[in-house]
Ligand binder design. Structure first.
Ligand code: NAI
Ligand code: K
Length: 351
């Protein structure tokens, strides 16, 4: 395998793990531990091969470093990928995942991700204590979605203050794409704050629930990105903002929970040029990670809620930096994350 050297830049440690009996094949990337142990979920997917898996894990681990740095939690970034068909996810395989993690001695801490569940975290947790997000019944923090939704809500409030100069969401029109664990809860918070909702989901039952419970206007999935609204909150898929939609969106703000909302960094710059304020996804959707990492730092519910609400202040700081430096907020986020890590590293070498 040959990788671009750039892919490795900054990665402290990348480990291949295998287990003959269970058939485990996995890669763990520890990107940066300047701020603390590397936090990041365990993704299970039928990758085309090792090269694809390594590329994915390096990219995702790097993203986690930025996410943790801007969430203000004492953790760095890492990630694990397991090369397996979903059907091959047996208890034995998960136990082997746990042992592989345990061998890193706490430098990497795992959690749920695409292809894994909170129940899987309990299984992994039988072999290592370096796991977060186990079910409440197993002593974990349970479902992170309510915290993710709260973070998005306070993030939307911050963006509305910044872009529209309004201190209330009363009457603000918000288009929400995706009414799942995060999207529906976000809709409830928005509704309670007086926002006018226009929503879509590919699941008609979820759409009906939002209409009946919250009085939301409903539109077909294809139509949600065409809505004229103050805010678009993507809470379903990634790459919602691409070369085509970035030029067409009829909103003032894009702020929602979905991961990787920008198809490319350039799309963030297009939004900025069009005067659309973008709340960087990994900043506004960090609530769940903040809540789960509280399991490790011993935060109670009130402490973790305070930290989730602080997402608003971080976004304000980012919006200010973006304006002062003439950057898109997505670029400002990456810069601020690097600055926080460099500052901590400088303190470390002095102290
Ligand atoms: P979910 O799976 O519970 O909800 C996603 C919803 O989107 C489902 O109702 C699905 O039917 C709908 N959907 C799928 N395709 C759609 C389309 N084309 N148009 C409209 N709706 C569509 O997932 P969850 O947990 O609510 O997460 C939503 C997003 O937020 C995901 O991108 C996830 O990666 C991200 N996220 C979630 C966190 C959490 O705490 N759950 C934390 C950070 C990010
Ligand atoms: K999952």
């Amino acid at each position: 395998m040959i990788f671009e050297s750039a892919a490795f830049d900054g990665h402290e440690q990348v480990v291949f793990a295998s287990d003959r009996d269970s058939g485990l094949r996995a890669v763990i990337a520890v990107h940066d531990t300047t701020l603390g142990p590397a936090l990041g979920g365990c993704r299970l997917r039928a990758y085309a091969g090792e090269a694809e898996a390594v590329t994915d894990v390096l990219r995702l681990a790097r993203g986690m470093t930025c996410k943790a740095a801007l969430a203000g939690v004492p953790f760095g970034g890492g990630k694990m990928v397991v090369l397996a068909e979903p059907a091959a996810k047996t208890p034995a395989l998960l136990r082997a995942v746990g042992r592989a993690i345990d061998r890193l001695g706490g430098r990497y801490i795992t959690g749920e991700d695409v292809g894994t569940t909170v129940e899987d975290m309990a299984e992994i947790g039988a072999e290592t204590r370096w796991v977060m997000g186990r079910p409440e019944s197993a002593g974990g923090g349970g479902d992170p979605s309510p915290s993710t939704a709260l973070g998005c809500f306070v993030g939307i409030e911050a963006a509305v203050r910044r872009a529209l100069g309004r201190n209330s969401l009363a009457g603000v029109r918000v288009a929400v794409q995706g009414l799942g664990a995060v999207g529906f809860r976000l809709c409830r918070l928005l509704h309670e704050a007086g926002a006018a909702l226009v929503v879509s989901d590919v699941d008609p039952e979820r759409v009906a629930r939002c209409r009946d419970a919250l009085g939301a206007v409903t539109v077909e999935p294809e139509a949600i990105l065409e809505q004229e609204a103050e805010v678009l909150a993507p809470c379903a898929l990634g790459a919602v903002v691409d070369g085509a939609t970035a030029e067409r969106l009829r909103v003032r703000i894009v702020a929602g929970a979905a991961n990787n909302q920008l198809a490319s960094p350039e799309d963030g710059r297009i939004l900025a040029r069009r005067g659309i304020l973008y709340a960087p996804d990994y900043v506004i959707n960090a609530g769940g990670m903040i809540r789960l990492s509280g399991e490790l730092t011993g935060d109670d519910a009130a402490a973790s809620e305070r930290k989730v609400r602080a997402i608003a202040g971080t976004l304000e700081q980012l919006f200010g930096l973006a304006e002062a430096e003439g950057l898109a907020p997505s670029d400002a986020a990456d810069r601020l994350a690097c600055e926080r890590i460099s500052a901590a590293a400088a303190r470390g070498t002095r102290g």
